[in-house]
Design a binder for this molecule. Structure first.
Ligand code: SF4
Length: 172
């Protein structure tokens, strides 16, 4: 049997895109910030102006496809998976950690690919704010949101993250 003892785990590889996403999250996707309030208002207006919403969704799709190979699930879990899309990078769409079939950091469904969770483990370390998220339960993807704007779903309280925030504040 091959020993894993010599397998060095490289941690804290934080690509530039990861750092940029942290900033976006902090200033736009964090409740109470000016960015958050601005986008919330914009998406509320766009709910009534459908062609505007279509244009915004078009730009969202282009950006997220290039950056994350987004599959438009509409219920985004990027923040919980260290900005690695579980829908495109995991054969089983795992949002709560590795499935158990990972072998030496490779995917059991396609052994030419790294398991997304070994990449998450490399990106995060115990001191990081995001590391705590690895201990939090992430619900399965909400299929009713497929092919809809994940940003609109976040700012308008339809995705799992915004629902979690509302529940933590005692809202329905
Ligand atoms: S919206 Fe869904 S498919 Fe797109 S990046 Fe986020 S988790 Fe991946």
């Amino acid at each position: 049997m091959k020993s894993n003892r010599n397998t060095k785990v490289k941690r804290n590889k934080k690509p530039l895109i990861f750092q940029i996403n942290i900033l976006f999250h902090r200033y736009i996707f964090t409740e109470g910030t000016v960015g958050y309030m601005t986008f919330k208002n914009i998406y509320h207006i766009m709910e009534k102006w459908k062609s505007g919403a279509t244009v915004l969704y078009f730009f969202e799709r282009q950006i997220k496809r290039v950056l994350f190979d987004c599959q438009e699930c509409g219920d985004c879990a990027l923040f919980e998976v260290a900005y690695l899309c579980p829908m495109s990078k995991c054969a089983k769409f795992q949002r709560n950690g590795p499935c158990g079939g990972t072998k030496n950091g490779m995917c059991e469904a396609d052994d030419t690919k790294r398991c997304v969770w070994s990449l998450v483990y490399e990106r995060l370390s115990p001191g990081d704010d995001m590391y705590i998220l690895l201990k939090d339960y992430v619900p399965p993807v909400d299929c009713s949101l497929s092919k809809t704007s994940s940003w609109a779903n976040f700012f308008l309280g339809r995705d799992h993250i915004s629902k979690k925030i509302a529940m933590s504040k005692g809202e329905k």
